[in-house]
Design a protein around this ligand. Structure first.
Ligand code: FPP
Length: 264
C-alpha cells in the first residue's frame, strides 16, 4: 500500500489522512478483486522495518488496522458478502498485546469463512518468515516430530506464518513507482509469478487499476497456457489448478473477460 504519505503530502493533509485514505482504498480494491474471482489477497500492512517510523505514526497505523479490520469483519461492509476469512501473517511477538487480542478475535470470528482469504502481512518481512519456518522445523526435528529426510519445500511452506495456505503468488502489485521488493513474499514468488508495477499512489489505486492489473495478467496467462499446450509442456496440472482455484472462473477455461481463442 505504498504512497500513503506522499498522497497526504501532495494534498496538504496530515500524514494520518494518507493512511486513512489508504485503508479506504483497500476496501474498494478487495471488493473488486473478490468480484473478479481472486480467491486470496495478501496486503502488506506493516513491515518489520516500519517500526523505525515515529511512534505517533505507528500508533495511527495500528489503530486504523484495528478499526478497519473490525469494519471489514463485523459491519455490513461490501466485503462481508464474500465470506472472507481474515488471517494475520506476521511476527505476532512484535504486536502489542491489546492490538493482538483484537486481531486474534477478528481471526477467530471469521475462521469459518472459506470462500476467500484476506492475509494481513503484519508485522512482516519475508526473511523473518523464513527464519521462523526454519526455527519451527528445527524444533520439530529436535523433538522427533519430524525427520531431516522428510523435509521438503512443502515442509518449509507449512511452517511459514501462512501455515501452507498461500504457497504461490500469481500477481504481486507494487504501487507508487517503487520497484524494490521490500522483503515481501520472496519464497511465494515463483517461476510463473508476475510483478506488476504501478506509478499510482495507493490511495488513488481504484477499480480501474485493479481491473487492468488482473486483465493484463489473465491475458498473458492465457497466452502462456496456449503456448504450453502447443509445445505440449504441461507446466500446470489440472489437479493443481483445481486444488488452487475451487471457483470455476479461474480454472482451465480462462476468465471470459480476457480469453483468447487464437493467437495470430
Ligand atoms: C505504506 O505507505 C503504508 C503503510 C506502511 C501502512 C499501511 C497501513 C494502513 C493503510 C492501515 C490499514 C490497514 C489494513 C490492512 C486495514 P508509506 O507510508 O510508505 O507511504 P509513502 O510510500 O508515500 O512513503
Amino acid at each position: 500500500m505504498d504512497g500513503n504519505r506522499r498522497y497526504a503530502k501532495n494534498a496538504g493533509l496530515p500524514l494520518k489522512e494518507g493512511h486513512r485514505a489508504g485503508a479506504e482504498s483497500l476496501a474498494k480494491v478487495l471488493t473488486c478483486c473478490y468480484k473478479l474471482g481472486v480467491k486470496d489477497v495478501t496486503v502488506y500492512a506493516f513491515s518489520i522495518e516500519n517500526f523505525n517510523r515515529p511512534q505517533s505514526e505507528i500508533d495511527t497505523i495500528f489503530q486504523l488496522l484495528k478499526s478497519r479490520l473490525a469494519y471489514i469483519a463485523y459491519e455490513d461492509s461490501p466485503v462481508k458478502q464474500f465470506h472472507l476469512s481474515i488471517k494475520i501473517v506476521g511476527n505476532r511477538t512484535l504486536i502489542p498485546s491489546d492490538v493482538l487480542a483484537d486481531l486474534e478475535q477478528i481471526e477467530e470470528s471469521t475462521a469459518g469463512n472459506t470462500a476467500h482469504n484476506l492475509f494481513i502481512a503484519f508485522p512482516y518481512t519475508s526473511r523473518d518468515d523464513i527464519v521462523h519456518s526454519v526455527t519451527e522445523i528445527t524444533h520439530k526435528v529436535k523433538s522427533d516430530e519430524l525427520k531431516v529426510s522428510e523435509i521438503t519445500a512443502e515442509t518449509i511452506e507449512n511452517n511459514f506464518y501462512y501455515r501452507g495456505e498461500a504457497s504461490k503468488v500469481d500477481i504481486l502489485v507494487r504501487t507508487s513507482g517503487h520497484t524494490r521488493l521490500s522483503d515481501y513474499m520472496l519464497w511465494q514468488c515463483h517461476q510463473d509469478s508476475v510483478i506488476s508495477y504501478s506509478n499510482t499512489l495507493w490511495p488513488n489505486f481504484k477499480f480501474y487499476h485493479t481491473w487492468w492489473t488482473i486483465f493484463k495478467w489473465s491475458y498473458y496467462k492465457t497466452l502462456i497456457l496456449e503456448d504450453a499446450e502447443t509445445m505440449q509442456i504441461k507446466r500446470i496440472t489440472d489437479k493443481e489448478i483445481n486444488e488452487r482455484y475451487k471457483e470455476p472462473i479461474l480454472s482451465l477455461s480462462h476468465p471470459p473477460f480476457a480469453s483468447v481463442t487464437k493467437v495470430t
